[in-house]
Design a binder for this molecule. Structure first.
Ligand code: HEM
Length: 277
């Protein structure tokens, strides 16, 4: 394996050290762009949904999410309100949790923020599942199954991350914590992916925007968590056992995905988030 990799990328072109540095840089760039996009999303959620509560106008929730505020449905409205509050807290908390400097300099904060993150992500997932199956939401059954699988994976990855942290198995804990971060970000990937798709196609393609159904949305409901998890798996393989060629290929692939994600964030901000504030 390493012979093939050495032949593909000669040592005098890219040494193992340079390949590792490139891979690390591509991961750092991905994380920085993702965090910037997620903070923008958290700001939008806080301003739109929190702002409506502060102004005493919860019906404004329905300007985006059609089933958000239903007069008389106290339990459902509370679930939605809690879901929004948690969306803001976990988006900010998740970013803080993965910043290496914070982890190194404030290990106590990392432990507490981690516990709170896992707990709140689980509650966000359960309120989401409640809204999908008991209250009703946009989309068809295939999308409901996709986002529900995402919700169940949040519970599973959270449990695994905590389990390995308690067992002091740092390597496994990190892997599961990264998976948890990606599945918690699943609904964000959905929005960014959808806006990227609409942007490159110059309009809706592969789905009916009024019914909010169609093959592309079914695909995206599963891809929102399966694709990031698959890319993470490839990244970990390249980082932990790959040769120079594998690391360079991964760094190039990740950089391209970061560019696509950046475009999606730009489109989501311009089309969805900023105009609604
Ligand atoms: C844990 C991370 C999650 C975050 C940060 C999050 C965030 C949000 C936000 C911001 C909205 C409001 C819509 C908008 O303005 O874009 C929303 C709505 C909603 N979310 Fe989540 N969500 C998460 C997980 C889930 C999960 C796992 C499910 C399902 C199992 C789910 C189901 C829903 C439903 C049903 C709505 C209402 C949509 C409607 O009826 O219009 N969420 N979520």
């Amino acid at each position: 394996m390493s012979t093939i990799q050495t032949q593909a990328v000669p040592q005098y072109l890219v040494g193992p050290q340079a390949a590792s540095t490139a891979l690390k840089a591509s991961a750092t760039l991905w994380f920085a762009v993702a965090v910037a996009g997620q903070l923008l999303f958290a700001w939008y959620v806080a301003a739109l949904y929190g702002g409506a509560v502060v102004r005493g106008d919860p019906a404004r929730w329905n300007s985006v999410a059609p089933h958000a505020h239903v007069p008389g449905d106290t339990a459902g409205n509370a679930a939605f309100g809690l879901h929004m509050l948690l969306a803001v807290i976990i988006t900010v908390g998740g970013a803080l949790q993965l910043i290496p400097q914070v982890r190194r300099r404030a290990p106590r904060f990392h432990r507490w923020n981690g516990r709170i993150y896992v707990l709140l992500a689980a509650v966000a997932s359960v309120t989401g599942l409640y809204m999908v199956w008991a209250r009703g939401t946009v989309g068809d059954l295939s999308q409901h199954i996709g986002v529900s699988a995402n919700g169940v994976l949040i519970l599973l990855c959270g449990a695994m991350a905590v389990h390995h942290a308690r067992a002091r198995d740092v390597a496994r804990h990190r892997r599961w914590a990264l998976r948890l971060f990606l599945v918690v970000s699943g609904v964000w990937f959905f929005r960014v992916g959808l806006m990227f798709w609409i942007f490159v196609n110059q309009g809706p393609a592969g789905f009916d925007p009024r019914a909010f159904t169609g093959p592309f949305l079914t695909f995206l409901s599963f891809a929102q968590f399966l694709l990031p998890l698959a890319v993470l798996q490839l990244y970990l393989r390249a980082r932990d056992g790959g040769g120079a060629a594998a690391r360079i290929a991964m760094a190039a692939g990740l950089t391209m995905l970061t560019a696509a994600m950046g475009l999606g964030i730009f489109a989501a901000s311009a089309i969805m988030w900023l105009p609604r504030l």
